[in-house]
Design a protein around this ligand. Structure first.
Ligand code: GDP
Length: 522
């Protein structure tokens, strides 16, 4: 198969959602399609806290590294699917955001009973900032949910993106009858646990469907559908690819209902790997030379295993195990022999990979997040990964002042590695570390102790809204506790606002001071 064919069949995406919206349940369905698991309910018995046995769990056990469902890859029909996990709950961290720099599209799951929730909104902002195509799956239609039109309106307003319903639900909860498939021009009947039954639009008027037609929810849905046809956004593949319109699917991951149709449509519409920006211009995915970048480094929390795994997204060419690559930043040539593919049927050593694939490479402490690896003669770096705005802030000090040197070294390295972000107080030299999720503090504290033999004390400053400032507009006297002035690692000035109120108050009082939101400026 040609390099171009290999690239064209790859679909690399992440599923974003708020905890409990149904990400695990949907992912399991997809793994079932890919024959990676044999029955649902095996990925994680979250409620019982038990982990079940699937291939990558074994990898995790053997290596003592948590790669739990980090990346799942499997062939499906004519495609090679790569699903990247975006950990939520207590595992939410900057890595979750960075993962989104390594995908070509995103599936956003929304719980139909709840609508848009906080974590979905945060992850969506990253997709928007990167211009990633977003496909929406509105889940749990088998429960009493919110009105579909309300949900559409909420997506459009809160996320500021056009919607195009690919299908439209008829009823919900106990009265959930099925969906109108707008593309396929058919009605797909929900039969509980039974097979889905599809009726072409033209057959709907037949005598045998009289009962269906007489249901009030059917009539309502039909009216809504007409309204959408007339007044809704029109479908535009270009807008979808630009991340300006999201195709919306209704269904139930648990039933399951509408999942297969959703997945088949999504997989055929979703983009294959696209060219990526570098210091040498755009690099085509089917270019001969192998290249890729590291978007995540997983250090081992188990002191008996100091090894680390760097997650590399292949961007061009063909990866072959044992090949030599250049790491321009460190001016090093490295032989990639210890590599790992995460869930590839039963094998866990990757022999070859193409643009879109994610491989795990053994990291003897040389890689940094954002590093580019290239084979052959060319030399370039992919665009730097964006800096994401942290939400949580804590002052950090060493428990034992005598450990100052180790403390500084540890912080310096962990910051460089991207484990946390470092800020410095403007008026004092307080060190403040910013994180996207609590987990980052735990990892930080643990690694400072395990690797730098330094116990650290953390004092919370709470959640803050960071806004970057233009240095030439800076008047330090206008900032106070509610708009704490700090500097980031590069010396840029940042105001940490206590809440929306403080931010708006400041903005009203000093309208000329530009307040830069990293989500919008990257
Ligand atoms: P995650 O936190 O996003 O991974 O969510 P899970 O997949 O673990 O689902 C959270 C809860 O919602 C579980 O109890 C699921 O059984 C339930 N759930 C998921 N999808 C559906 C659905 O389509 N319908 C209903 N009724 N429940 C669902």
């Amino acid at each position: 198969m040609s390099l171009q064919d290999e690239v064209q069949k790859r679909r690399t995406f992440a599923i974003i959602s708020h905890p409990d919206a149904g990400k695990t349940t949907l992912t399991e369905r997809l793994l079932l399609f890919g024959n990676l698991i044999r029955s649902a309910g095996t990925v994680k018995g979250k409620k019982t806290g038990k982990y079940a046995t699937s291939d990558w769990m074994e990898i995790e056990k053997q290596r003592g590294i948590s790669v739990t469902s980090s990346v799942m890859n499997f062939p499906y029909k004519d495609f090679q699917v790569n699903i990247l996990d975006t950990p939520g709950h207590e595992d939410f961290s900057e890595d979750t955001y960075r993962t989104l720099t390594a995908v070509d599209s995103v599936v956003m799951i929304i719980d139909a009973t709840k609508g848009i929730e906080a974590q979905t909104k945060k992850l969506f902002k990253v997709c928007r900032m990167r211009g990633i195509p977003i496909f929406t799956f509105i889940n749990k239609m088998d429960r009493e949910s919110r009105e579909p039109l309300d949900l559409m309106e909420e997506i459009e307003e809160v996320l500021d993106i056009e919607t195009y319903p690919m299908n439209w639900p008829v009823g919900m909860g106990k009265q959930f009858l099925g969906i109108f498939d707008r593309q396929g021009k058919q009605f797909i009947q929900f039969n509980g646990n039974e097979e889905e039954n599809s009726i072409p639009y033209e057959a709907l008027n037949n005598e045998e469907h009289a009962e269906l037609r007489s249901q009030s929810s059917y009539k309502v849905a039909k009216d809504e559908l007409e309204l959408l046809d007339e007044a809704g956004d029109s479908y535009s593949l270009d807008a979808v690819m630009a991340g300006e319109q999201t195709p919306v699917f209704f269904g139930s991951a648990l039933a399951p209902f509408g999942v297969q149709t959703f997945f088949d449509t999504f997989i055929s519409m979703a983009p294959a790997p696209v060219p990526r920006k570098s210091t040498e211009g755009l690099i085509q995915p089917d270019e001969e030379e192998f290249s890729g970048f590291i978007f995540k480094i997983q250090a081992n929390m188990n002191p008996a295993h100091r090894d680390r795994v760097a997650f590399l997204r292949v961007c061009s060419g063909k990866f072959e195990r044992g090949m030599s690559v250049k790491l321009a930043r460190a001016n090093k040539v490295i032989k990639l022999s210890q590599t790992q593919q995460f869930v590839a049927s039963s094998r866990d050593t990757v022999e070859e990979a193409y643009a879109g694939d994610i491989i795990g490479i053994y990291d003897p402490n040389i890689y940094r997040i954002g590093d580019t690896l290239v084979s052959g003669k060319k030399q370039f770096d992919y665009d730097e990964l964006p800096q994401f705005p942290p939400e949580l802030y804590k002052k950090v000090t060493a428990k034992n002042v005598m450990k100052g040197k180790q403390f500084n070294k540890g912080i310096e390295q962990l910051v460089q590695e991207g484990a946390i972000q470092l800020f410095k107080g403007y008026r004092n030299d307080a060190r403040i570390i910013g994180a996207v999720g609590e987990l980052q503090y735990e990892v930080f504290q643990h690694r400072m102790k395990a690797e730098y033999n330094t116990e650290v004390m953390l004092e919370s400053i709470g959640e803050r809204i960071p806004r970057w400032l233009n240095e030439d507009q800076l008047d330090p006297s206008i900032f106070d506790e509610r708009s704490m002035l700090v500097q980031d690692r590069e010396g840029n000035y940042v105001a940490l606002f206590k809440n929306d109120f403080a931010l708006n108050w400041f903005h009203d009082k000093y309208p000329k001071v530009e307040l830069i939101d990293l989500f919008e400026s990257n």
